[in-house]
Design a protein around this ligand. Structure first.
Ligand code: GDP
Ligand code: MG
Length: 694
C-alpha cells in the first residue's frame, strides 16, 4: 500500500525536522512549477507493507492566502486531481503555541481530508509547565493525536501507526457554518449539495489559480446581495472568531500551563542579543568569526582541489596521445569540473553556519535587529547574510537567500549580492593596486590599503544603492508582513544541519554545475581554435620569426601567438574600439573576455599573452609595468588601472554566479538582466573614470 501524506503547520513548528526524520536522505527538493517556493518530497516506509510519499509544505498560519507560500498549500488541498493530493493531512503544532496552531487544524479538517494532529516538541513541556489531557483533546477535536519530540526521538512509533490507520480518522467538520449565517450557507449548500461546504467557501473567498472557472461558476450561482466584498469579509471574520471560540472552549479543559514552574532563560538572553547596542556588536562578532573561518577553513580543501585538478590535467596531457580529445579533456572538461568542485568547501561551510544560526533560533533575532535598516533599501533583515557572505563568494551567498520568504526582497538580494567584493576579485585588485597606486601613506594609512578598503566599500555601497533603485522600479507584488516571531532558543538538531549542507551542495553541483561546465567548454573551444594559418601554423611562424628562442620561452611564445589568433583573441581584438575609451588595449580585451569564466583568470590570460616565462606574480607584474602604448606612455597607469578596478568591481564577470542565479530564480530572465545591467554600469563607470583621470 502506498499513501500520500501532507505535513502542514505554522512556521517553526518542526515540520522539516519531522520530514527529515521520516525520510532521511530519500528526499527531493525542487520548486513548485513557475514559482520559487521550495517543494520538498520524500519517501518513508511506515511498515513492511506501507510506503508513504511525504510532502513538507511551506509554513502557513491559516488557509486564507496572503503569501505565495500559503497559496501553494491551499491549491494542493483543494485540488483532488493534484498527484500530491494527500490521503491524510498531518497538522504539526508546537506544544507551546497550541492555540494559534489549532486554527489551521480546524480549517484543514473542515475540508473533509482525514486529518491528524501532531503536537511536537513535547520535550519542552516540563520546563514550561505544560500539561495536556491528550485523550480528552482527541475526543473534543474528534481526531487522533501524536505527542512527539523529534529532539528526544519520542512518539514516532505512534505517529506511524496512526498514519497507517488513517482511514479511521474522522472527517467530520469542526465548526458549523450554518451558525455563522444560516441563510447564506444554507443557500450555498442547497445549490451545491454534493460539495464540501468549507471547500466551496474557500473557493469563493480565495483567489486560486487552478480553480478560476469553478470559482466563477459558484460565485455566479449565488445571489448578488450576499456576495458583495464587504459581506464576504464580514463572514470570514465571523468564521475566524467562531474557530477561536471552538478552540478556546476545548483548551480550557484540556491544557494547563503552570507559569510558576516555567523556567525562562529566553528573556534574559534576548535582553542582550537584541539589545540596541550589544545586539549589533555580538552579531558582527559572530559574522566575523564565521567569515574568517569560511576563508581559512575552505582555503585548505580548495588548494587541494586546485592542485589535484591541475596535476590531473597535467598527467592526462602527458599520458594520453596528443590530439583534440586529450586537449578537450585536459584543458576543457577537467578544469571545468575543477571550477565547479572548488566551490564546495565554501558552500558547505557557509550552510553549516547558517543552519546552526537558524536551528538555534538566533537567526530570527538577526532579522529583528537588521530589518529596520535594510528595509529602507528594499531589502530584508535576512539579506545581511548573503551580502556579507558575498565577500567570500557570490555563489553560496545567492543560495543563502532561500530563507527570505518575501519574493521581491529575495530577488533584489539575489540581484545585488554580486556587487560585494568576492575573493576572486582580490588577485585582480592586488596586482592592479601594486601596479598603479603609489606606495606611501597618509596620516599613517597606507595608500594601497586604503584603495583596497575603498573598493570593498564601493561594492557594498553599490549593492545598497541598486537595491534601493530596484525596490522602487521592480513591479512585483508581494506582501511583506513582518511577523516578529521569535522562536525559543534551542540546541540545533544535527540531522537537520547535515541534511541542509548535503542538499545545498548537491543542488549546486547538479543544477549550476551543468551550466558552468557547458560555458567552460565553450570558452575552451573559443580559446583553442582559430581560423587561418596564424592559428594552425603558429608553431612554424613563431619558430621562424624568433630563431634565438628555445625551451619554455619558445613554447610560451607559441601559446601567446595561438591565443592571439584564436576565436577569443579575435573577439578580444574586435572589441578594442569599444574598450579603448576605457584605456584598455586588445590584450586586456582578450583577458576581459576569458575572465568571464571567473575573474581571477584575468591575470593568467595576461601572463599567457605576454608570454611570461613563469606565472609568478612578480614577473607578470613587471611585464605589465613595462607594457607601453603607441605614444610610449605606460599602458597601466593610474587612469587605466583604476578604471579597470572599477570595471571588475561592477561587472558580472562570473559565469558561475549567473548559473546559480538562473537556478534560484527559475528563469534566464534575471541572470540576463544582471549580466547586461552590471556590464553596462561597469562600462559607464570605467569610462568616466578613465576620461576624468587621464
Ligand atoms: P518548520 O519551520 O516547521 O519546518 O520547523 P523546523 O523543522 O525548521 O524546526 C524549527 C526549530 O524547531 C528548529 O530549531 C528545530 O531544531 C526545532 N525542533 C524541531 N523539533 C523539535 C523537538 O522535538 N524539540 C525541540 N526542542 N526542538 C525541535
Ligand atoms: Mg520547514
Amino acid at each position: 500500500m502506498s499513501l500520500n501524506i501532507a505535513l502542514l503547520g505554522n512556521p517553526n513548528t518542526g515540520k522539516t525536522s519531522i520530514f527529515n526524520k521520516l525520510t532521511g536522505l530519500s528526499q527531493k527538493v525542487g520548486n513548485y512549477p513557475g514559482i520559487t517556493v521550495e517543494k520538498k518530497k520524500g519517501i518513508c516506509k511506515l511498515s513492511n507493507t506501507t510506503k508513504a510519499h511525504i510532502i513538507d509544505l511551506p509554513g502557513t498560519y491559516s488557509l486564507n492566502a496572503s503569501s505565495i507560500d500559503e497559496s501553494v498549500v491551499i491549491e494542493l488541498l483543494l485540488n483532488k486531481n493534484n498527484k500530491d493530493y494527500p490521503n491524510v493531512a498531518v497538522v504539526v503544532a508546537d506544544v507551546e503555541n497550541l492555540k494559534r496552531n489549532l486554527l489551521l487544524f480546524t480549517q484543514v479538517k473542515d475540508l473533509g481530508i482525514p486529518t491528524m494532529l501532531l503536537i511536537n516538541m513535547s520535550d519542552q513541556m516540563k520546563r514550561k509547565g505544560i500539561t495536556i489531557d491528550i485523550p480528552m483533546l482527541e475526543a473534543k477535536l474528534n481526531t487522533r493525536i501524536a505527542l512527539v519530540s523529534i529532539r528526544e526521538n519520542k512518539g514516532l512509533d505512534l505517529l506511524k501507526e496512526l498514519l497507517i490507520n488513517y482511514r479511521e480518522l474522522s472527517v467530520k467538520p469542526t465548526i458549523k457554518f450554518e451558525d455563522i449565517d444560516q441563510h447564506y450557507f444554507d443557500h450555498l449548500k442547497n445549490t451545491f449539495p454534493d460539495q464540501q461546504l468549507y471547500k466551496l467557501w474557500l473557493l469563493i473567498t480565495q483567489d486560486i489559480n487552478f480553480a478560476k472557472i469553478e470559482r466563477k461558476k459558484i460565485i455566479d450561482s449565488i445571489d448578488f446581495k450576499t456576495q458583495s466584498e464587504r459581506n464576504l469579509k464580514k463572514l470570514q471574520q465571523k468564521e475566524t472568531v467562531k474557530r477561536y471560540q471552538f478552540i478556546n472552549n476545548i483548551l480550557k479543559n484540556t491544557l494547563v500551563i503552570d507559569k510558576e514552574s516555567a523556567t525562562d532563560f529566553r528573556s534574559k538572553l534576548d535582553r542582550i542579543l537584541i539589545h540596541k547596542f550589544w545586539g549589533y556588536v555580538i552579531f558582527f562578532l559572530i559574522l566575523m568569526t564565521i567569515f574568517q573561518s569560511i576563508f581559512d577553513w575552505s582555503s585548505i580543501p580548495q588548494d587541494f582541489i586546485d592542485s589535484t585538478f591541475a596535476s590531473l590535467s597535467e598527467q592526462l596531457k602527458i599520458r594520453l596521445p596528443e590530439g583534440v580529445f586529450t586537449s578537450l579533456l585536459s584543458e576543457g572538461i577537467i578544469p571545468g569540473l575543477g571550477g565547479i568542485i572548488i566551490f564546495i568547501p565554501q558552500i558547505a561551510f557557509l550552510f553549516l553556519f547558517i543552519s546552526i544560526l537558524e536551528e538555534t533560533g538566533y537567526m530570527s533575532r538577526v532579522v529583528f535587529l537588521m530589518d529596520r535598516g535594510l528595509r529602507r533599501f528594499g531589502l530584508n533583515g535576512k539579506s545581511v547574510i548573503p551580502l556579507i557572505s558575498g565577500t567570500a563568494c557570490a555563489i553560496p551567498a545567492v543560495m543563502a537567500t532561500r530563507n527570505i520568504e518575501n519574493w521581491k526582497e529575495r530577488l533584489i538580494t539575489i540581484l545585488v549580492t554580486p556587487f560585494t567584493t568576492c575573493s576572486a576579485r582580490l588577485p585582480v585588485y592586488a596586482i592592479l593596486i601594486a601596479l598603479v597606486i603609489p606606495q606611501g601613506s597618509f596620516l599613517g594609512l597606507n595608500y594601497q590599503g586604503l584603495m583596497l578598503m575603498f573598493l570593498y566599500l564601493v561594492g557594498f555601497g553599490m549593492a545598497l544603492i541598486s537595491a534601493w533603485i530596484l525596490s522602487k522600479t521592480l513591479n512585483i507584488k508581494s506582501k511583506s508582513y513582518f511577523v516578529v516571531e521569535m522562536p525559543n532558543y534551542k540546541l540545533p538538531l544535527l540531522r537537520n544541519i547535515g541534511i541542509t549542507v548535503w542538499e545545498k551542495t548537491k543542488t549546486f553541483i547538479t543544477e549550476a554545475g551543468k551550466i558552468i561546465l557547458a560555458i567552460s567548454i565553450l570558452l575552451w573551444i573559443l580559446a583553442s581554435n582559430g581560423p587561418g594559418k596564424d592559428f594552425s601554423e603558429a608553431e612554424q611562424i613563431v619558430k621562424s620569426n624568433h630563431k634565438q628562442l628555445n625551451g619554455d620561452a619558445l613554447s610560451n611564445k607559441i601559446n601567446s601567438h595561438k591565443l592571439e589568433h584564436s576565436y577569443i583573441g579575435i573577439l578580444g581584438k574586435s572589441i578594442e574600439p569599444l574598450i579603448s575609451p576605457l584605456g584598455y588595449d586588445w590584450k586586456i580585451g582578450i583577458a576581459l573576455i576569458s575572465s568571464f569564466a571567473a575573474r581571477e583568470v584575468f591575470i593568467g590570460t595576461l601572463a599567457t599573452i605576454y608570454s611570461v616565462e613563469s606565472n609568478a606574480e612578480e614577473t607578470i607584474k613587471n611585464r605589465m609595468a613595462s607594457e607601453v602604448r603607441a605614444d610610449g606612455k605606460p599602458l597601466f597607469d593610474l587612469a587605466s588601472g583604476i578604471s579597470l578596478m572599477f570595471f571588475y568591481a561592477f561587472a558580472m564577470q562570473c559565469m558561475s554566479t549567473l548559473a546559480i542565479v538562473k537556478k534560484e530564480t527559475n528563469s534566464w530572465k534575471w541572470p540576463m538582466i544582471q549580466l547586461v545591467g552590471m556590464t553596462l554600469l561597469a562600462y559607464f563607470v570605467a569610462f568616466l573614470t578613465y576620461q576624468i583621470l587621464s
